[in-house]
Design a protein around this ligand. Structure first.
Ligand code: NAD
Ligand code: TYD
Length: 353
């Protein structure tokens, strides 16, 4: 079996569903169920003997020791993190705790557990750390995309905390020989993404006739990847990634935010026309995010060359699937928006008007 952390969040939930659909081993999902964790994402697995949920914190060493001894997992796939840049600007503390201390606690307990295994068990064990392209900092328009050797230059409390966790993972391989692999992926989009991130926020606001907030001039560039392609890349790194290595994952799909928002508006005009007029009328330029990185872009040639992974979706197919998913899951969005989400919207957007 494998132990997944943070599997009730956006990418983790997609990964677990995808892993079991592809005939993977049993999964235990350790998740603290923060505001971003939603057990509903895995409702389809209720009663499935291959899946078990454990509610708990990756900063809890006793729980981790107990779980590893009981489960004897072949791999740990580590997604659990605080993941939203804007929240890290308002309150970096939780990012330091979960992303740095949590990863450290997981590494420490994994190292102790790994030391108790047989030679074969030690050889087969994997610690896969899921990270982000944001650790590399911001690119100028003419810069080449990030490669695995681009120096780290994190600019937000979120990216700095992820960079720290990447360094810890690297050190645990280098110093103790723990069999780690790290993935650095670009911006994901797709089903189950919490509507605080750009794409699901724009879809749900547009459907509700609310303003579509665009930070600054809307020309910040991200390299968007459909979440199912990220999950497939993680599976291939788990199966064939070289120990101690890092793999960049991206969609070769750089786009400015304004283009993303306009594409969503056009799709909604076709699928859910609004009598009040085209959805683009809702676009609203607001005060920029402090320290806003201008451009991210990933050079994914290493994973393509070594592991034969390539994205299956284009942006056109991925975004159409995503918009349809949100249209078909209005109840899922409504549940999220009924809770503390409103306070977040007031806090983040109230001061931008
Ligand atoms: P998310 O915020 O949707 O989910 C995070 C999950 O971790 C939630 O279920 C939450 O309950 C859980 N969690 C948080 N703190 C925890 C703790 N202390 N103990 C146990 N569980 C805890 O995040 P996501 O977008 O699914 O991202 C998953 C991972 O992928 C993160 O490590 C993130 O840095 C990385 N990543 C995300 C993107 C992206 O575009 N979303 C891109 C590249 C990498
Ligand atoms: P986001 O989804 O928060 O991901 P990240 O900051 O990790 O890249 O934001 C994607 C881009 O969209 C980023 O350049 C910030 C911008 N953005 C807006 O313009 N408006 C918004 O309301 C949000 C949430 C993001």
């Amino acid at each position: 079996m494998i132990l997944v952390t943070g599997g009730a969040g956006f990418i983790g939930a997609n990964f677990i569903l995808d892993w079991l659909r592809n005939g993977g081993d049993a999964v235990v999902n350790l998740d603290k169920l923060t505001y971003a964790g939603n057990a509903e994402n895995l409702a389809a697995l209720e009663g499935d003997s291959r899946y078990r949920f454990v509610c708990g914190d990756i900063c809890d060493p006793a729980l981790l020791q107990h779980l590893l001894a009981e489960l004897q997992p072949q791999a740990i796939v580590h997604f659990a993190a605080e993941s939203h840049v804007d929240r890290s600007i308002f309150g970096p503390g939780e990012f330091i705790r979960t992303n740095i201390e949590g990863t450290f606690t997981l590494l420490e307990t994994a190292r102790a557990h790994w030391g108790t295994l047989s030679a074969t068990g030690r050889e087969q064990f994997r610690f896969l750390h899921v990270s982000t392209d944001e650790v590399y900092g911001s690119l100028a328009p003419e810069d080449p995309p990030f490669t695995e050797t681009t120096p780290y230059q994190p600019n937000s409390p979120y990216s700095a905390s992820k960079a720290s966790s990447d360094h810890l993972v690297r050190a645990y391989h280098h110093t103790y020989g723990l069999p780690t692999v790290t993935t650095n992926c670009s911006n994901n989009y797709g089903p189950y993404q919490f509507p605080e991130k750009l794409i699901p926020l724009v879809i749900s606001n547009a459907l509700a006739g609310k303003p579509l907030p665009i930070y600054g001039d809307g020309m910040n560039v991200r390299d968007w990847l459909y979440v199912g392609d990220h999950c497939a890349a993680i599976r291939s790194v788990l199966a064939g990634g070289r120990l101690g290595e890092t793999y960049n994952i991206g969609g070769w799909n750089e786009m400015p935010n304004l283009t993303i928002v306009r594409t969503i508006c056009t799709l909604l005009d076709e699928l859910r026309p609004d009598a009040a007029g085209p959805h683009e009328r809702l676009i609203n330029f607001v005060k920029d995010r402090p320290g806003h990185d201008r451009r991210y872009a990933i050079d994914a040639r290493k994973i393509e060359r070594e592991l034969g992974w390539r994205p299956a979706e284009t942006f056109a197919t991925g975004i159409a699937k995503t918009v349809r998913w949100y249209l078909d899951h209005a109840e899922w969005v409504a549940h999220i928006q009924s809770g503390a989400y409103r306070e977040w919207v007031d806090k983040n957007y109230g001061q931008r008007q």
